[in-house]
Each structure stands twice: as structure tokens, then as C-alpha cells.
Design a protein around this ligand. Structure first.
Ligand SMILES: *Cc1c(COP(=O)(O)O)cnc(C)c1O
Length: 378
């Protein structure tokens, strides 16, 4: 092929040439240029949430999960108790890492096809005064559900509990304003809606709690308090920084601002989402979620009911036509996922639908319609 495949995956995702070109230079980690670049990126990130007065931002090496783990380890005292609002795979991952780090963890389960419920959270907090922190996944990338961040934050504020938000797949696209929404930690990463390359996460920490986090982490590498203190003192990262990833993120952030920031990004992703869902509907594919609870980030579709369908072949076909899809992550229903995020627009989404159409034809599948008994389950 004469162009790279388009990644319709929720990270890594398709980036611009300009972002990739930013990685052609080597940077010394102690060098003034790199120190300045780190400071510039941190300032840009804080501006996105209007958080310069209320929060600090601490970057961390590794994929997004590393930063979720670091946020929990840093913010939750060792005798703390975390309530995880669970409506999907990323929530379950957050609960697992919380437990593995020795924090008491309670899971409040919800249906994976619907948002978590603030009223149920309120009742759970009323019933258990020992819960110190709540963990919410803003956009549950497993099915693609948008969770009610503002309402959950309000319950936590009113009940005096800490809030940790995994905003990995929403940050940069969906509005998050630190002046209006109170959280102790909010986690995102370079390689999602900011359209950088993967390799680093970052955690916004509420200034008022930062000093109290000293000594919470049982891990050296995951200690965001230590990372923050060192960065404030020296401008440098503790341990080898992902230099090229940061340089690419700086360039991606410049393009983010030029495009018009979060509102413009949301508008483009929403258009991608509509183009995708409308096009797939013509092929009779059915989204798993009700459109009212769907974030315009990633769409889960029911697998076609045709017996000739197998994700492996379907995926291989779409790949041969230039598009990488994503397997489903639901336990009950057979699905696949298509991301709407990345440096792509309406043309790419139309071409993606066309690639799916060609693939169905090649596989001898007449329609994308799901098997009847699978509809709206789960
Ligand atoms: C992508 C993502 C993560 C992080 O996953 P990694 O594979 O570690 O990058 C965490 N939470 C959500 C909701 C995500 O979408």
C-alpha cells in the first residue's frame, strides 16, 4: 500500500505526519531544550482543563494504565478504601490494579450498556463511611459509554470523598473544566484524543492534596508525588524520559490548539462518529449502545449474524483495504469496535465504511445485521 493503514483503534491511533516528524531529533534529558519542552507541555495540558490555579500535572513514562496505577498508588493512603464504579473492562482493570496494590477495593457493578448511576454511588457512600476514594472511568472504552463525570464529582464533593478519574479516552475531546468539576486526580495519556504517539501518561493532581500524598506510594517508579517534587526542583523527569514521545506530544498539542482546542476536536470526532454510524446502518450493522449513552469516541457494533462471519476474517479483510478495526471487549455478546478518534475525518470514515462493505462482499455476507436473539442484550 502507498499509505499507512488507518488505525480505527482507541490508541495507538492515526497521527499526522507533522506529529511523527517531530520525533526525528534526539533530545538530552538534562538539556535545557528538553526541560523547556517538558514545562511547555505541562502548561498546555493544564490550560486544557483550566486547571492552572487548582491543579498540577505530573507526566509519567509508560502506557495509560501505568498512570492509572500511579494515581491510585499516590493519592490513596495505604489504609484507604476505593470504590470503583464498574461498567466495563477498563473499570475492572482499575479495580484489579487497586487490589494488587494492597488498597481495599469495593466494586459497585453496573450494566455495561449504560452509564454508572450517581444515585447508586450516593447510596453506597452513605452506607459505607470507610470509603475514602471513588474511581470513575469517564468514557468506558470497553463498550464506548460516556459516564456522568459532573454528577459523580458532585456526589463525591458533597460526601467528602476523593475522586480519581480515568479520562484516558475522553481527555481533549469531551469538556472537562477543573473550575467546575472537583477531582483529586484525573488521568490521561499522550496517544489518545490529543493525537500524540503512545508512551506517556499524565495525571492532574489537585494542589490541595499533593503534599499529603507523600509516602503513600509503595512503588518508587509509580510515585507521582516524588515525580512531581523532582520535576519542580529540577525541571527534569525522574528516570529516562520518553523524549521522542514528549516531542511528538508538543507538536500534537500545537495542532490541537490550531484546530480550535477541545470544542473543535469534539466536533470533528462527532462528525466521524455520525459518518461511521450512518454508513454502517446502510450495511445494516447495529450499534450495541443506545445513541443517548454513546460517547463519540469508539463504537461497538454487534457482529453480523451471518454464519460466515468470523472477526478474524472480517478484520483481515478490512486490513487489506487499509483499515485496522478493534475486537470487541464485551463478555456476553459478540461485537467488534471501531474508533472515531485520531487524525482522521469524514473522508477516512466514509472510506472505512466502504472497506467494510467490500469485505462483507468478499466474505459472501449479505448484510451486517446481527442475529435476532443478540439484539440489545447485555
Ligand atoms: C486506553 C485506556 C487506558 C489505558 O490503556 P493502556 O493500554 O495502558 O494505554 C485506560 N483507560 C481507558 C478508559 C482507556 O481507554
Amino acid at each position: 500500500m502507498d499509505r499507512d493503514r488507518i488505525l480505527l483503534t482507541p490508541g495507538p491511533l492515526t497521527t499526522t505526519l507533522r506529529t511523527r516528524l517531530a520525533m526525528l531529533r534526539d533530545w538530552g534529558s538534562w538539556d535545557g531544550d528538553f526541560i523547556a519542552l517538558t514545562a511547555q507541555v505541562r502548561q498546555s495540558l493544564l490550560r486544557i482543563i483550566h486547571g492552572a490555579d487548582s491543579h498540577v500535572v505530573v507526566p509519567l513514562q509508560g502506557s495509560g494504565t501505568f498512570s492509572v496505577e500511579a494515581a491510585v498508588a499516590t493519592v490513596v493512603p495505604r489504609d484507604g478504601h476505593v470504590l470503583v464504579l464498574d461498567n466495563g473492562a477498563y473499570c475492572k482493570r482499575a479495580a484489579r490494579l487497586t487490589t494488587l496494590m494492597g488498597r481495599e477495593c469495593t466494586v459497585l457493578p453496573f450494566n455495561e450498556s449504560a452509564p454508572v448511576e450517581p444515585a447508586a454511588l450516593d447510596a453506597a457512600l452513605a452506607a459505607n463511611a470507610g470509603i475514602t476514594h471513588v474511581l470513575l472511568v469517564h468514557c468506558e472504552t470497553g463498550a464506548g459509554v460516556l459516564n456522568p463525570l459532573a454528577q459523580v464529582a458532585e456526589v463525591c464533593r458533597r460526601r467528602g470523598r476523593g475522586l480519581i478519574v480515568d479520562a484516558m479516552s475522553s481527555f481533549g475531546a469531551l469538556p472537562i473544566d477543573a473550575r467546575e468539576i472537583r477531582f483529586d486526580a484525573l488521568v490521561a495519556a499522550s496517544g489518545k484524543c490529543l493525537e500524540g504517539v503512545p508512551g506517556m501518561g499524565f495525571v492532574f493532581l489537585r494542589k490541595a492534596i499533593v503534599e499529603g500524598c507523600a509516602g503513600n506510594s509503595q512503588s518508587l517508579a509509580m510515585d507521582l508525588h516524588d515525580q512531581h517534587r523532582y520535576m519542580e526542583q529540577t525541571g527534569q523527569w525522574r528516570f529516562t524520559p520518553p523524549t521522542h514521545v514528549l516531542a511528538a506530544l508538543a507538536e500534537a498539542l500545537a495542532q490541537f490548539q490550531e484546530e480550535g482546542g477541545q470544542p473543535a476536536r469534539l466536533a470533528r470526532y462527532t462528525d466521524n462518529y455520525r459518518t461511521l454510524v450512518d454508513g454502517m446502518a446502510r450495511l445494516e450493522f447495529m450499534p450495541f449502545l443506545d445513541a443517548r449513552v454513546q460517547a463519540p469516541i469508539i463504537v461497538t457494533f454487534h457482529a453480523p449474524g451471518d454464519p460466515r462471519y468470523a472477526f478474524k476474517d472480517f478484520n483481515a479483510g478490512a486490513r487489506a483495504h487499509g483499515f485496522l478495526l478493534y475486537p470487541g471487549k464485551l463478555t456476553q455478546v459478540e461485537t467488534f469496535r471501531v474508533g472515531c478518534i485520531g487524525a482522521i475525518g469524514r473522508n477516512e470514515m466514509q472510506q472505512a465504511v466502504h472497506a467494510v462493505e467490500l469485505t462483507l462482499r468478499e466474505l459472501g455476507i449479505a448484510s451486517g445485521a446481527p442475529a435476532l436473539q443478540q439484539r440489545r442484550e447485555g
